[in-house]
Design a protein around this ligand. Structure first.
Ligand SMILES: NC(=O)c1ccc[n+]([C@@H]2O[C@H](COP(=O)([O-])OP(=O)(O)OC[C@H]3O[C@@H](n4cnc5c(N)ncnc54)[C@H](OP(=O)(O)O)[C@@H]3O)[C@@H](O)[C@H]2O)c1
Length: 371
């Protein structure tokens, strides 16, 4: 295995791994495409536009700390796209620590982020390594909008809404179903408050339509901002244009409370994966930027100040591919300015991340002073 490839995509056979490969190629970064099945990785990479002049090699690897440590030794950074992350992130993070490699992933689940922090947050900080989950559309993009608002002194409360349209991939569907059984939180008066379950609200879109929202796992933002002394309150919800989806989420929660929670863990995973297979049996086709568009809105308030950011973006999975590749490129040549468990904007800068998204035509932002 050559040591000239500083970045490892773990989960390269997946929908998101493929998009990370596409953007790494575009940024001119050599990479290792790794995963549990060489043939599936080869097939996936054949679908990457421009792959003929990418510099990469394929490595098949078992999902064990030992095998992953061997894979990562001599590299700079891993882009971990193997989800659901509650199931699989610990082995990858431990291997990063052993190999001295920075860690990026695409998780949006609070439970997976807290699990990483609990096990390895301190050790990453001590080792001078960055551990950056959520380097992805959800919720790296909404965080950017919040941080623009926080540039205005006096802002202490963040109310965020994501409004989107997406076709979930196989692992995304598994992740959404998996998330129903893990607790999630929002930040209220400086304390993390646990949601009682799925919480539905309403959001008015800029065009005046009213959509039902769900707390959708709480988002990573309350975790990031609970560590920011400027912020007392942070809450986020998500509305999907296909309004059948929040009803499905409620049905699943009911089924979990009534029947599923009594099933032992291993069997429960199989049941949930079977249900996920019913919703997303095959990997969906490439996103369409004409269809898969999102809005992320943040209203940020203080005693006598209010700011609003509105971020329009296109292709949540494309956006994720770019964010991962951009972050990996930075970490492959820079010493990060902060280490340990950190948000994407803390490590890479919200204005720099926005610049990267804008340069690919993936997003634009408006920031306005309301009061
Ligand atoms: N936050 C966001 O905005 C965002 C955006 C994109 C993705 N994501 C998350 O990223 C994750 C991946 O999504 P995806 O779209 O790439 O899904 P996907 O197309 O289903 O790919 C999943 C990848 O994980 C691998 N994998 C699954 N189980 C494994 C195991 N036990 N050991 C080793 N590898 C395993 C798969 O390998 P095989 O091909 O061998 O099965 C595949 O490479 C999901 O959790 C999703 O929610 C989040």
């Amino acid at each position: 295995m050559s040591t000239d490839y500083p970045v490892v995509i773990y989960g390269a056979s997946g929908y998101t791994g493929r998009l990370v490969a596409e953007h790494l190629r575009d940024l001119g970064v050599p990479f290792v495409a790794a995963g549990r099945n060489r043939k599936r990785i080869e097939e996936a990479l054949q679908l990457v536009p421009g792959i003929e002049n990418a510099r990469y090699e394929i490595v098949e690897v078992e999902h064990t700390v030992e095998a992953l440590t061997k894979l990562l030794t001599g590299r700079k950074v891993v882009c971990n796209t193997v989800g659901p992350f509650m199931r699989y992130n610990l082995e990858v993070a431990e291997a990063c620590l052993r190999a001295g490699v920075h860690y990026l992933d695409t998780t949006g689940e609070q439970s997976a982020i807290l699990q990483l922090d609990e096990h390895f947050g301190r050790d990453f900080a001590k080792a001078g390594l960055a551990m950056v989950p959520s380097t992805a559309y959800m919720y790296g993009v909404s965080e950017i909008g919040a941080r623009y608002c926080l540039e205005t002194p006096g802002v202490d409360s963040l109310r965020l809404h994501g409004i989107g349209n997406a076709v979930p991939t196989i692992a995304s569907t598994q992740t959404i179903l998996d998330a129903v059984r893990h607790p999630c939180y929002y930040l209220k008066d400086g304390e993390m408050v646990r949601y009682g379950g799925i919480e539905n609200g309403r959001v008015c879109t800029p065009s005046g339509e009213v959509l039902v929202t769900s707390n959708w796992g709480g988002s990573s933002n309350p975790i990031w901002f609970s560590r920011d002394g400027r912020v007392r309150n942070c809450k986020m919800d998500v509305a999907i244009w296909n309004q059948e989806l929040y009803k499905k989420e409620l049905e699943l929660e009911r089924a979990y409370k009534v029947q599923l929670q009594w099933i032992p863990e291993e069997q429960l995973r199989m049941v949930l994966d079977h249900m996920a297979h019913g919703i997303t049996p095959n990997s969906p086709p490439r996103e369409s930027r004409q269809v898969h568009r999102s809005m992320d809105i943040c209203l940020a308030t203080g005693n006598n100040v209010a700011m609003k950011s509105t971020l329009f973006s296109t292709g949540g999975y494309f956006t994720t591919g770019l964010l991962q590749a951009y972050a990996a490129r930075r970490l492959s040549v820079e010493t990060p300015r902060v280490v340990g468990l950190r948000s994407p904007s803390e490590v890479f800068g919200h204005r720099e991340l926005m610049g990267a998204l804008q340069s690919y035509g993936y997003a634009s932002i408006k920031v306005e002073r309301v009061v």
